[in-house]
Write a protein that binds this ligand. Structure first.
Ligand SMILES: [Zn+2]
Length: 373
């Protein structure tokens, strides 16, 4: 969603100052071409679905006019998810948030630091009374950061250098997936079938639980692989990602599922915390930060209709989104909670029984006229 490389400002000290970042946000001074101030951070923001220029401007303490001046692509066009915007941020959004983490059995300092995307040294400094050999159940103070994405360079003085090249080169491309065409959805997910279905291939990116239940439309298989590759690249999550039911080879009735009939529905087990048992069903063993990133990677394809998750688990997801620095309007666009389980809002919607897995429904592609929503 965004990449950050600070210019050496003492972030911890800034937190203690408390309102420094908020004040910076109100400072709408015009940028000085060629002379970035010491606090300016050159970064790249990847636009997510439904995000507005106002959202982005507020997040980095800049104005909409500035965004337009720095990004020619915005001239006369509607903002599109996936675009990378160049930003000379006055604040490194969002402000860090203080949280408490309870050490689980088998955790290491390094793993916890990685999970929260903070330097391990900082973790020690925030917790001077906790021994290096800690025990499960001990509580650690953590100041969370958003996960960095698309990290770009900035000179030591905070002066952006050759932004065009920097922006272009540091965005590691996703692998290209070679998906056979001709896999077509016919009818609706609850009453439909699959013609020329494509079987999800084996991959290092994920684990296929049952190949005979893993057939989809060409469109679905491509979006699925792309989203997971994006998730792996941006989250660094190294645990197993288990793909459950998609559809049968020719689609149609697929018990015990009600949908999954037209090659557009994919069940994915939520990523687990490292060290959690493979068999565990506990929501405490789910890596909610990684889950939020996985859901974002799917949303960023722009080809997801819904992501079903039991309403009783959506609060955990929302908390993870906040920890990751999502703004309120981003969260509202993504998650139905807390507006009620039958409210028509958000991409993430309630569906009974989706407690440790999500069910992703891919949109009908425009080229498939017989695909029904
Ligand atoms: Zn399902």
């Amino acid at each position: 969603m965004f990449g950050v490389w600070t210019t050496g400002v003492d972030a911890e000290a800034r937190d203690r100052a408390g309102t420094a970042q908020a004040n910076a946000a109100n400072d709408a001074a015009a940028p000085q071409p060629g002379r970035a101030g010491p606090r300016v951070t050159l970064l790249q923001h990847r636009v997510v679905p439904y995000e507005s220029l106002e959202d982005i401007a507020k997040r980095y303490g800049v104005t909409v006019e500035e965004l337009k001046a720095w990004n020619r692509i915005l001239k006369g066009k509607v903002l599109k998810a996936g675009w990378n915007l160049k930003i000379r941020a006055r604040i490194v959004a969002p402000p860090r948030k203080k949280t408490t983490y309870t050490v689980a059995y088998g955790d290491t300092w390094g793993e916890i630091a990685t999970r929260f995307n903070v330097p391990e040294g900082d973790l020690h400094r925030w917790n001077p009374k906790v021994a290096r050999q800690f025990r499960a159940g001990q509580r650690l103070t953590v100041y969370t950061n958003p996960k960095p994405r698309n990290i770009i360079a900035v000179s030591a003085k905070g002066e952006p250098k050759a932004p065009e090249e920097e922006f272009a080169e540091n965005d590691e491309p996703l692998p290209k997936f070679d998906v056979p065409g001709g896999g077509v959805s016919i009818g609706s997910p609850n009453r439909g079938r699959l013609s020329g279905g494509v079987q999800l291939p084996d991959s290092d990116l994920y684990t296929v639980r049952r190949p005979e239940e893993s057939w989809g439309s060409s469109h679905t298989i491509l979006q699925l692989q792309t989203a997971i590759a994006d998730f792996r690249r941006d989250s660094g999550y190294a645990g197993e990602l288990l793909i459950g039911a998609i559809s049968l080879e020719h689609g149609g009735r697929f018990r015990p599922h009600r949908s999954h009939q037209s090659g557009r529905d994919v069940d994915i087990r939520l990523p687990k915390r490292s060290g959690a048992s493979r068999k565990s069903d506990s929501q405490n063993d789910i890596d909610w930060g990684a889950s939020w990133q996985l859901i974002q990677s799917f949303a960023e394809t722009g080809e997801v209709e819904y992501i079903f998750l039991d309403y009783n688990r959506q609060k955990r997801l929302l908390e993870a989104a906040k920890d990751a620095g999502a703004t309120r309007s981003e969260i509202e666009k993504m998650i139905q909670y807390p507006r009620g389980r039958s409210k028509n809002a958000g991409i993430v919607r309630h569906a009974e029984g989706h407690l440790i897995h999500i069910h992703v429904r891919i949109k009908c592609p425009q080229t498939q006229a017989r695909c029904e929503t």
